[in-house]
Write a protein that binds this ligand. Structure first.
Ligand SMILES: [Ca+2]
Ligand SMILES: [Ca+2]
Ligand SMILES: [Ca+2]
Ligand SMILES: [Ca+2]
Ligand SMILES: [Zn+2]
Length: 511
């Protein structure tokens, strides 16, 4: 629409508009206010006045201490930064030769994506020579047993999970006929399983689990049996230990947060207390029940680099939830749609980073909070003062106790658009697409660093939005309920936010 046509909508001619400007040329604030009322932009003002550039119009107001860029904060301008991507964040998919992925790559892979598997029903003859004698020390067949039904169900689940991530498919065939054949043995010492890398030899891809794990409860989420199963399947698909040289993971990545192929488990323990009111005695069991039981961030990326990316999984609009009480780790693979992390019912603090390949921490309950919770629980039972001992239990195991830290990871390639956090003091960092971020009550921090057209509601509490541009580069104007921000590389609508902080450390209080 031309400026003439736009003004005509108000019954005003170009000449009348120019006369108004000339009549008020010594009071720029009147021109600015009137322009804002009529939705007249800087570009239109330049045309109405005639013979001046857009920048000269802005400078004219600037000399009067006025920021006329607010005139351009109409929805059509804000939306130029709108960035939706309902497929994959393909730029963030990791190639096999990237340092961290290479650290998991054994070099031995299946040459096609259509794999077969079986649950061996007897000890194959060739295992006598193919298996190291150390594995057969507990008997001629090493205590070999067929997998229990519960173990078979667990295997089928983890194979399905692997198909959801990659282009691999798995179909069950008769005993010994699979590319991957599953067995259990009796192990001594700390061994809980082993497996062979893919190869054309019959022993290639064979998986051996511990036959002490038989029941559904043995294969429960977060337990040792599932943790081992995922690790051994990783080997059977060609992943090596993350600590094996050459090309081991750098020390800051060499743990279970990044790879289930590591031996360094972090925050996998749940202390379980048993207080006996009749004897006034107390015990603790360090249950290793918060283990990662599925592929971690780098494992997912490595398997995808080797076997291709499943681009059809979870392409609908999905919602992901997690809380401290779940005591679990979740890595999100989601190939499209408008997706939401909804942890609005949690009370702990959450730190959510929407970027692909990053960890988040949902509903954090740190060591000090867990000590306080446990002391309150004992107090309710009128127990004696175990305070010193409880402090020791937690502080001596601070690195291994589950706290919720890094309990949610967004796989490389995934766009998650929206976040709802709970009543804690949360930190949410955006990504490059349009995000809708609601942080609920609590004093929250929202970091709008990666662009797009983001909609933020800080909720109750004293909330702060950080932007990664200088105060001179960002225009903001009061809109219906809050503020509209227009930077050089982003736009946002923010409601319920008390403070806006720019990257030159200038901060402004929003009324
Ligand atoms: Ca989805
Ligand atoms: Ca808030
Ligand atoms: Ca909050
Ligand atoms: Ca964004
Ligand atoms: Zn291993």
């Amino acid at each position: 629409m031309t400026t003439v046509d736009y003004l005509k909508g108000f019954g005003i001619t170009l000449t009348e508009a120019r006369d108004f400007i000339l009549a008020n040329i010594n009071t720029p604030s009147v021109i600015l206010q009137t322009s804002a009322e009529y939705g007249v932009t800087n570009r239109m003002l330049a045309e109405i006045y005639g013979g001046v550039s857009l920048q000269e119009v802005i400078n004219f107001f600037d000399q009067a201490g006025l920021n006329s860029r607010v005139l351009d904060l109409v929805v059509s301008n804000v939306e130029i930064f709108s960035h939706q991507d309902l497929d994959l964040n393909t730029d963030s998919i990791q190639p096999l030769n990237s340092t961290n992925i290479n650290a998991l790559a054994s070099g031995d892979y299946w040459s096609n994506n259509t794999l077969t598997y079986s649950f061996n029903t007897s000890f194959p003859e060739y295992y006598y020579s193919a298996l190291s004698s150390s594995y057969l020390s507990t008997g001629p067949q090493g205590g070999w047993q067929e997998l229990s039904l519960a173990a078979q169900m667990a295997v089928k689940d983890v194979l399905q999970d692997t198909s959801n991530l990659t282009l691999l498919s798995f179909s069950e065939v008769a005993s010994t006929q699979g590319d991957i054949n599953f067995n259990t043995l009796t192990f001594s010492g700390s061994t809980d399983g082993f497996a062979y890398y893919p190869s054309v030899s019959p022993i290639g891809g064979e998986v051996f689990l511990n036959n002490v794990y038989q029941t559904t409860d043995d294969y429960k989420a977060g337990g040792t049996a599932l943790n081992t199963l995922a690790h051994e399947l990783g080997h059977a698909l060609g992943l090596k230990h993350s600590f094996e040289k050459p090309n081991s993971l750098a020390s800051n990545f060499e743990n279970s947060d990044y790879s289930i192929m590591s031996y360094t488990d972090v925050r996998e323990v749940i202390p379980i207390f048993d207080y006996n009111p009749s004897t006034l005695g107390i015990n603790v069991v360090y249950s290793q029940d918060a283990l990662r039981d599925a592929f971690s961030l780098l494992d997912v990326a490595a398997l995808q680099a080797i076997y291709g990316v499943n681009t059809t999984y979870a392409t609908e609009d999905n919602t992901y939830s997690l809380s401290f009480a779940d005591k679990k780790y979740l890595t999100i693979w989601d190939a499209g749609g408008t997706d939401t992390i909804n942890v609005s019912n949690t009370k702990g603090n959450s730190h959510i980073d929407l970027r692909a390949g990053q960890h988040s921490s949902v509903d954090i309950r740190d060591i000090d909070q867990q000590i306080a919770d446990t002391l309150t629980w004992l107090d309710d039972q009128q127990a004696p003062d175990f305070s010193d001992w409880i402090h020791d239990v937690y502080n001596d195991n601070a690195d291994s106790i589950y706290t919720g830290q890094n309990n949610l990871s967004i796989a490389f390639g995934v766009w998650i658009e929206n976040v709802l956090t709970g009543s804690g003091n949360d930190i949410v960092r955006d990504n490059a697409v349009n995000n809708v971020i609601n942080t609920g009550s609590g004093n929250d921090i929202i970091q709008l660093y990666d662009g797009g057209y983001d909609i933020v509601n800080g909720g109750d509490g004293i909330d702060t939005v950080y932007v990664d541009e200088s105060s001179s580069a960002v225009n903001y104007v009061q809109s219906n309920n809050g503020y509209t921000l227009l930077g050089e590389n982003f736009a946002a609508e923010i409601v319920g936010v008390e403070t806006l902080v720019f990257n030159d450390n200038v901060s402004i209080m929003l009324s």
